[in-house]
Design a protein around this ligand. Sequence first.
Ligand SMILES: CC(C)(COP(=O)(O)OP(=O)(O)OC[C@H]1O[C@@H](n2cnc3c(N)ncnc32)[C@H](O)[C@@H]1OP(=O)(O)O)[C@@H](O)C(=O)NCCC(=O)NCCS
Length: 334
Amino acid sequence: MATLEIRRIDPHDEQLLRAWWEIGRDATADRPVDAWTPWEVSRRALPIARTDGTLVLVSAFEGERSVGAGMVFLFRQDNTHLGEVAVYVAPGNRRRGIGRAVLAELERRARCAGRTVLIGSAYAPVDGESPASMFAADSGFPVGSAEETKVVDLRTAPVTWPALDAEVGAALGGYRVTVFDQRIPDDHLDDFCRLLSAFLGEVPIGDLDLRQASWTPERVRENEERAAAVGRVQVIAAAVAPDGHLCGFSDLRVNRADPRHASVGGTLVLPGHRGHRLGLGMKLATHRRLLELYPECAYVETGNAGVNAAMNAVNEQLGYRVVERCLDVQKRLG
Ligand SMILES: CC(C)(COP(=O)(O)OP(=O)(O)OC[C@H]1O[C@@H](n2cnc3c(N)ncnc32)[C@H](O)[C@@H]1OP(=O)(O)O)[C@@H](O)C(=O)NCCC(=O)NCCS
């Protein structure tokens, strides 16, 4: 093997960034969902400086040829003990130690930044292992939380929605569901921050060492502005309690550059407000709005823990089916 060199790349260098992006695209092409972010979005999103963390991109070079890619996100506003890593090697270059070398460099950088835990996601077929799951196991990353990727077909699902609407309507009581495009109105912003900050404490995270996040109005607005700047459309449903405060949210994201599919961000109904079919009602609202905006959208992807019975029940009602496993893996840096 020619000498392998791992270098940090400048995301403003579009040629190097494109080579980095192509390796990720080729490495993930066999996933059952089209999960790799379109180039039109990545080329804008990856260079943007963020206040919530630092994104470090590295490429593995043999001479001037890029043969491997990786990234580590170093959280800044919360979870400052954590780095989130991803490693990509295209099929033609696998089992030559490139992934291991890229990961070693990402680990080195995470340690230098004072991080003590690394997390990542390895996707695998429903009934088997994958290069990613075996690479994670070999690299000292045991599974912290077994998640599943699910997909709903928007060409067939809507016929079931009227019956589900009736079920929601019968359970809502004094609650209601409303939907926003792209931006949370000012008068709901503080409530929305409370919901986002509560999220990690309410979803099953297994053994993952994820700590409570702290969302401020500035952080929400920065996220909204970044989404708009890179061409990512957000559809946000909110559940409104009888007292007028928000008690739940569910959001969807879709890239303007390729609106054939969308993905769910998160869904939460606060304890004390459950049992009114608000989760189902909010998801119906986001999926409907999505089809109004992008009738060509063919499917929505979501991911959540296999043990999350309440969310799984809602997703099953909506017609989501499991298409792959997503192993959230974790390593404690000694
Ligand atoms: C996971 C991935 C990065 C591995 O890249 P790679 O360059 O082939 O990995 P390496 O050659 O460094 O492999 C290191 C070790 O991982 C294990 N491993 C990697 N691929 C494996 C496979 N297909 N089967 C069994 N073990 C495997 C082996 O123990 C291997 O050591 P060995 O070759 O000496 O036996 C690559 O398969 C990939 O890009 N997959 C898709 C993207 C992805 O899911 N990334 C991981 C999550 S972020």
